[in-house]
Design a protein around this ligand. Sequence first.
Ligand SMILES: C[S@@+](CC[C@H](N)C(=O)[O-])C[C@H]1O[C@@H](n2cnc3c(N)ncnc32)[C@H](O)[C@@H]1O
Length: 255
Amino acid sequence: MLPFDDGDSARRLAATYATPDVVGQRRRTLELLDVRPGERVLDVGTGPGQLLASLAAAVGPTGAAAGLDPSPAMAAMARERCGDLATVSDGGVDGAGSLPDGPFDALVCTQVMEYVPDVPAALREFARVLRPGGRVLVLDTDWDSAVWHVDDRDRHRRVMDAWDDHLAHPRLPSTLGPLLRGAGFDDVRVDVIPLLNPVWDTDTFSAGMSRMIARYVPGHQGVTDDEARAWLADVTDRDDYFFSLNRYCFRAALP
Ligand SMILES: C[S@@+](CC[C@H](N)C(=O)[O-])C[C@H]1O[C@@H](n2cnc3c(N)ncnc32)[C@H](O)[C@@H]1O
């Protein structure tokens, strides 16, 4: 089970995505996408719908914002958050025609492609539902960019390897530029959005994420319950706390 498929996990992810770190990430994402009033926008894998709500506000009453998510718990949260401002459907991108036809002016897909098995097919599907000249924004993490100050580095490496198990592509960003061009997109640009927590604070991305990781890893790559607990204690509430991680934000457009 993915760590956001049940209602509790979905709520925990939404809380982590409400921290100032991820609010800032969404603000930057919106600036980069530069959505204008009247545009039609699709948010693939909308999750708790926080970005979708902002997209709906940006396109305004003359535009349209739509989101979809294959997790019923996530789609329900997005529906509740967005109300009448956006439409939310159940479903995901499968690379075989599952997306609504559009045509859309812009499509966003943040922190989703790393879960999608066939990325080239999914990107071709994005191109299919965009109008000529339409824009795409794909944001993903390279989990090798995660820096956490720990005492036990061997255990930390095993825990992070076990966390990789929940992803189809833990290191997707370095391949995304060529994949976007291969799907027919031009003008590929990439920005990095760092998440930096140089001091311990419960209201941060890394504090929420550490609890999600500790819940997920037991039973993966031989990590035990005790090791997961000890790892969480190692990264929690230290005076010399340090965490940083990079999101990579790719933008491209159809000819
Ligand atoms: C880490 S959350 C990101 C949510 C949201 N995009 C955000 O950035 O706030 C990943 C989401 O991707 C969804 N997902 C997984 N596989 C998908 C697929 N094939 N198509 C669309 N969404 C998918 C999950 O259900 C989950 O809600």
